[in-house]
Design a protein around this ligand. Structure first.
Ligand code: PBG
Length: 321
């Protein structure tokens, strides 16, 4: 090979490197997650996620308009209700926090793409993702409420429903209820391969959604499993998902790549709270170069095969520009 092949010729200067660069990160591929709380406080910082806040509706509109002007077009909305109960009533309340935020955001940003996270964990008093009976999370009873929640989001103006609960059959149930009610044009981005992960730690502080007992291992996936992820993604597509997600992203780049190779739909990856907080914490200590490491991480998720990245870093990227 050498000296005929000299790969360094293609790395000689920035222009050549740019010419042969294989992967790009475009802001149109980013979704920014936002936490909306039923409170009069405009914004409350999330300690474990520097730069991230719980907003009230006025606060979230302000935040999103700043980012929208900078070119971030897609938002994923999480709700923090005032009332929690065993049936997650606030999740499917027509005047719930997400529903009200959606109506305002729809009005303020008619062109934005509004995704809503659909799960019950932020709305149940015990913090589990579904209805609990005798310590067991009931599948079908929970799916019914998830479908109701999804319909109320569609009615309030969501473009895409993003179920993150990992109950069986929820995509089919959501597709059905949307279609039956005249929302056949509202899409589903399913959290299809969602692993049971310690990387969600900071999120649970942000969303007040930590389970009061037990864990999420009976519905979220075992980090050891690859084939199971493919099966989950396959079945969500068969049930009617328009796009599928792998979550978390960084420890699961292999799964993202397999999804990209196997399925002909847009693949999303969630660069989750723990991945964000680790970078922030290390950067604060001066141990890593925050911007360079962030860009490297986001690029690696794209290179692995993700078309879309859900990331808290969208904010810094936008504000820096
Ligand atoms: C469930 C949900 C979680 C995340 C998104 N949706 C938490 C969980 O499953 O416990 C995690 C997101 C993150 O860590 O950034 N509603």
């Amino acid at each position: 090979m050498y000296p005929t092949h000299r790969p360094r010729r293609l790395r000689k200067n920035p222009a050549i490197r740019s010419l042969v660069r294989e992967t790009h990160l475009d802001w149109s591929q980013l979704i920014y997650p936002v936490f909306v709380a039923e409170t009069s406080v405009r914004q409350t910082p999330v300690d474990s996620m520097p730069g991230i806040f719980q907003f009230n509706i006025d606060g979230v509109v302000k935040e999103c308009s700043t980012l929208y002007e900078k070119g971030i077009r897609s938002f994923l909305i999480f709700g923090l209700p005032e009332q929690k109960d065993e049936k997650a009533t606030s999740a499917y309340d027509e005047h719930g926090i997400v529903q009200e935020a959606l109506r305002r955001m729809r009005r303020e940003f008619p062109e934005a793409i509004l995704f809503t996270d659909v799960c019950l964990c932020e709305y149940t008093s015990h913090g589990h993702c579904g209805i609990v009976k005798d310590g067991i999370i009931l599948n079908d009873e929970s799916v019914e409420l998830l479908a109701r929640t999804s319909l109320s989001h569609a009615q309030a103006g969501a473009d895409f429903i993003a179920p993150s609960d990992m109950m069986d059959g929820r995509v089919a149930a959501i597709r059905r209820i949307l279609d039956e009610n005249g929302f056949s044009d509202i899409g589903i981005l399913s959290y299809a391969a969602k692993y049971s992960s310690a990387f969600y730690g900071p999120f649970r502080e942000a969303a007040h959604s930590a389970p009061q007992f037990g864990d999420r291992k009976t519905h979220q996936m075992d980090p050891a499993n690859r084939l199971e992820a493919l099966k989950e993604m396959q079945s969500d597509l068969e049930e009617g998902a328009d796009m599928i997600m792998v979550k978390p992203a960084l420890s699961y780049l292999d799964i993202i790549r397999e999804a990209r190779n196997r399925f002909d739909v847009p693949i999303a990856a969630y660069n989750v709270s723990g991945e964000y907080s680790m970078v922030k914490a290390a950067a604060k200590n001066g141990w890593v170069n925050e911007k360079v490491i962030r860009d490297e991480i986001l690029l690696s998720i794209r290179r692995a095969g993700a078309d879309i990245i859900i990331t808290y870093f969208a904010r810094d990227l936008a504000l820096e520009s």
